[in-house]
Design a protein around this ligand. Structure first.
Ligand SMILES: [Ca+2]
Length: 489
């Protein structure tokens, strides 16, 4: 039956009603079209003013582990490409020299003198983990106010004691990955989490290294998240666990290294399930991560998002693995758990096609706690938290940059309490009950020449700064820890 026939047999009243209906339908159609146009325009506007932010963080990757930072053995072509297309920071610092406090600093915009988590779970005064509390304001919560959809994929490590501190209570809309540090020491874990639900990845057995290599699942989930959020601004915090111990990787990633005649490095197993090759495995893990960052770059190109996405690559602290084979820290002194440069100075690359000038390198002295104000400035909101950070957006845009008066760290594990300050060209390191050491990094990057005796006034200034820079934290006092007190008697 055609609609013409129906109209032919209508009374005038019916015709009027049908006209009204047709008019309404027409109006509805116009309204719908307008709404579609308006919504698309609004999305386009939101996109144009609020770029996506992808913050990729490696775990225990050293300052010298990337080709673009001088690495000669490990191949990282995609991350090197990011640096070519974007900006490389030479003086960027992690929040801490180990995982948990570094991540808290990144998320809350605070340095170790003000942070609520200042050590890994085992190293608290109460002998139990202290997590990020629900009262803390994170960068994800700040970005939420600006209309962002937020995901953390990878290692959270800040909800050891209970579920209150899980990502979905901290401004994230989606979580996939490791809840706890210890689980994140395994690449075929028995437990991963999706949002607030734990699950056993199919076929996984951490002891026999069977099942799904978790790094690959993290990559898949990151690609999915990007694909599902192409229309509105998003923040993706991609916290890979590579190349943190244990050293293990699928064989295909070892191909390019295994016939180079590299020496093996035998590792103490502890609870780790290391592969046998050592050096080959370490390089292969870094290269696998690099390969997957290449896939993310490709997807951004394919979706037309590369120009509207700031992509950052960095590491959460210095390396732990190398014994001079790779030169993982270049010329820097120390490694993970040190407050010398090797423990805290990390690679940092930012690419934002069309906005950051390609191939730039800068010396801006910046740190993890600057990310929160930077992200807020990019998103067009003011931080509501009392941050120690200074936005590095001006540096990214090639504009004049406000400088820090100083950067501050404290750390208290097996070496006992250590503090450090970076102020201009100068660096101060203070071990418990020892005189302060001071170095001029401008001409002594490797911190070999302690100038405390020849610069007594400067040394005294630093002693004062060490007191001013911090507030007490009952869970992380700067006293020798119970487990190591005997060293200080
Ligand atoms: Ca780490």
């Amino acid at each position: 039956m055609s609609s013409n026939k129906i109209i032919c047999i209508q009374s005038r009243e019916d015709k009027f009603i049908i006209m009204r209906i047709k008019n309404s339908c027409f109006k509805l159609l116009i309204c719908s079209l307008i709404s579609v146009v308006v919504v698309n325009y609004a999305n386009a506007q939101e996109r144009s003013v609020k770029p996506n932010i992808i913050y990729i963080m490696a775990d225990d990757l050293g300052y010298g582990d990337l080709g673009t930072y001088g690495q000669e053995k490990i191949k990282t072509p995609n991350i090197d490409q990011l640096a070519k297309e974007g900006m490389k920071f030479l003086q960027h610092y992690a929040g801490s020299t180990v995982c948990a406090p570094s991540r808290v600093s990144l998320l809350t915009g605070k340095h170790m003198g003000h942070a609520t988590v200042r050590g890994n779970p085992r190293w608290t005064s109460i002998g139990k983990p202290v997590d990020i509390s629900s009262e803390e304001i994170t960068v994800a919560e700040e970005l939420k106010r600006a209309g962002y959809t937020n995901a953390i994929i990878g290692k959270w490590g800040l909800a050891e004691a209970g579920l209150e501190s899980m990502p979905l209570n901290q401004g994230f809309d989606y979580f996939y990955g490791y809840r706890k540090h210890l689980t994140a020491h395994h690449y075929y874990p028995d437990i991963l989490w999706e949002n607030n639900d734990p699950f056993h990845p199919e076929g996984n057995n951490w002891e026999n290294k069977e099942g799904q290599y978790a790094h690959d699942s993290l990559t898949s989930k990151a690609l999915n998240f990007i694909e599902q959020n192409t229309e509105k601004p998003f923040f993706l915090y991609l916290a890979f666990t590579t190349p943190h111990f244990e050293l293990t990787v699928p064989e295909d990633s070892k191909e390019q290294y295994k016939d180079l005649g590299w020496e093996k490095r035998i590792m103490k197993p502890a609870h780790y399930r290391h592969d046998e090759e050592g050096n080959v495995t370490y390089a292969a893990m870094v290269s696998r991560m690099d390969r997957d960052i290449g896939r993310i770059m490709e997807l951004l190109d394919e979706k037309g998002l590369a120009e509207n996405t700031l992509i950052i690559f960095t590491s959460d602290n210095g390396h732990e693995y190398d014994r001079n084979f790779f030169d993982s820290n270049g010329k820097l002194k120390g490694m993970k758990r040190d407050l010398y440069e090797g423990g805290i100075r990390i690679p940092f690359i930012a690419r934002w096609k069309g906005t950051i000038e390609a191939g730039k390198v800068n010396d801006h002295i910046s740190a993890f706690w600057d990310f929160l104000p930077t992200a807020c400035e990019i998103a067009g909101v003011k931080p509501t938290t009392n941050t120690d950070g200074i936005s590095y957006l001006p540096t990214l845009l090639g504009n004049e940059q406000e400088q820090h008066e100083y950067l501050y760290w404290e750390f208290n594990e097996g070496q006992g309490p250590i503090q450090a300050i970076r102020k201009g060209d100068w660096k101060a390191v203070k071990f418990y009950q020892k005189p302060v050491e001071i170095y001029n990094l401008q001409n002594d990057l490797s911190e070999n020449n302690d100038l405390a005796e020849t610069e007594p006034e400067k040394a005294e200034d630093f002693e004062q700064l060490f007191k001013q820079a911090r507030v007490e934290n009952e869970f992380f006092p700067l006293e020798p820890h119970d487990r190591i007190k005997h060293k200080f008697k």
